[in-house]
Design a binder for this molecule. Structure first.
Ligand code: PLP
Length: 436
């Protein structure tokens, strides 16, 4: 796979360089120079394939020239070791549950695949690398779990003190081994600034091989296309042959971009629905043709989507050859406020007993609005990006007390291990020099 920068001012690179660099030097985003269609025989017989088979075929189409078949199989087997089932909630309305991984959010797919891919490349070099990552919540848990005990890699996670939920904090601070947590007395932006400064510090970068794990890394994008295609396979297996739409609860739009990659590879999809909270930059862009960032972003109950300037937007544009009309053919946007989100959570729970997290509810709303606007029968899949128990306060407030899965409840009794730190680069650098 060859990758170019969406800013076109940096040289093309191979996948290994793109994964360890994260960002091209011109601050664009890495994108594959071509996304090949997978032959019809794959799509025709897809209902007979397992999730891992599907993941292998897709990754092989992208990375087959870079990674030997046997190794790629192993990467898939270690990274994609949990299911992403499609559950029927109402007639022709399906929920794609992406929360069965270790951190119970869809970011597990990206983090685990990235860890396995980096680990593969490091085997030959025997280098030790240090991942630095700032988190406002969900990313940190997925990265911590994804890289836990990965040979040749250690991880330092910076999070803002008092600004992540109890469960999220425990996900970052209770693993130990090669995962370290720094509790920063400041905001998420302070954490991000410290990480950025570290990457620019010559003394640190001369001494250590630093890498980032943030959401714009191409290694996090690729595996997210697997579950769309697997959802299509599951519907086919159930005998659902209707035109298919996916509704994606979106913040930085990595998840949705991955769905579009699946479509480019030949998955039959009629439409993607870009569902957002009041941070509605993309739905507004689709409607008006004007891209207007929201700064600062608005706080909502679907806080993992509180993004006022989606980082993957240049990628989405590139996938449609920077042509808004082409984008509009495949993509429609809707947005919802917190009130509507809570009403949807209550409504679905009341009618069906199914509990959705607020992000999932935004996707559900987008799907229903789209289906209502259509006269022909359509099968709709809305993506559930996190388990409701990760957002327990708002869940309890809207639908009453609900059981917490053991995977999360055991965390609450574990002891937090974090190093408290001021939001000061000198302190951060000293810490890295001493402990890496
Ligand atoms: C990260 C996240 C999102 C947003 O995904 P993007 O790929 O940034 O659009 C949605 N829901 C949850 C629960 C998340 O953690």
């Amino acid at each position: 796979m060859e990758l170019y920068s969406t800013n076109h001012q940096s040289p093309n690179v191979g996948v290994e360089e793109a994964v360890f660099r994260g960002l091209p030097p011109d601050n664009g985003l890495y994108m594959p120079t071509q996304i090949k269609k997978i032959p019809n025989s794959f799509w025709d017989n897809i209902q007979y394939l397992s999730f891992q088979d599907i993941a292998f075929e897709i990754s092989n189409a992208l990375l087959g020239d870079d990674i030997p078949t046997y190794d790629l199989r192993q990467i898939i087997e270690s990274a994609i070791d949990f299911e992403a089932p499609v559950v029927e909630i109402e007639p022709n309305v399906y929920c794609l549950e992406l929360f069965h991984g270790p951190s119970m959010a869809f970011k597990d797919f990206g983090a685990r695949f990235m860890a396995a891919l980096m680990s593969h490349f490091l085997q030959k070099s025997q280098k030790q690398i240090h991942i630095l990552v700032a988190t406002s919540g969900d990313t940190g848990g997925a990265v911590a779990q994804g890289f836990y005990k990965t040979p040749n890699i250690d991880v330092t996670i910076l999070y803002p003190s008092g600004k992540v939920s109890d469960i999220q904090e425990k996900q970052l601070t209770t693993l130990g081994e090669n995962v370290r947590a720094l509790e920063i007395n400041g905001t998420f932006d302070d954490c991000q600034k410290l990480v950025k400064q570290a990457f620019l510090d010559k003394e640190l970068t001369d001494k250590f091989f630093l890498a980032s794990a943030n959401s714009i890394n191409i290694a996090r994008l690729i595996p997210q296309s697997f579950y769309y295609v697997n959802a299509y396979a599951q519907l086919k297996k159930k005998g659902v042959e209707l035109p298919l739409v996916f509704s994606v609860p979106s913040g930085n739009f990595g998840n949705l971009s991955a769905g579009i990659i699946g479509k480019k590879m030949g998955m039959p999809v009629e439409k993607f629905i870009a569902a957002t909270n009041l941070n509605n930059v993309v739905p507004e862009y689709l409607k008006t043709g004007v891209y207007k960032a929201i700064n600062p972003s608005l706080s909502t109950i679907s806080n993992a989507m509180d993004v006022g300037n989606p980082s993957n937007f240049p990628r989405m544009k590139a996938l449609f050859d920077n042509d808004i009309n082409e984008m509009r053919e495949s993509l429609i946007g809707y947005f919802y406020d917190d009130e509507a989100t809570k009403i949807a959570m209550k409504d679905v729970f009341g009618r069906t007993g199914y509990v959705m997290c607020p992000h999932t509810a935004v996707a559900y709303l987008g799907l229903k609005e789209y289906l209502l606007s259509q006269s022909k029968p359509t099968a709709g899949v809305f993506l559930s990006t996190a388990h409701y128990a990760k957002f327990l306060d708002i869940t309890q407030e809207t639908v009453g007390s609900q059981p917490v899965p053991e995977r999360l409840s055991v965390l609450l009794s574990k002891e937090k291990q974090a190093t408290p730190m001021k939001a000061d680069f000198g302190d951060f650098k000293n810490y890295l020099m001493k402990t890496l």
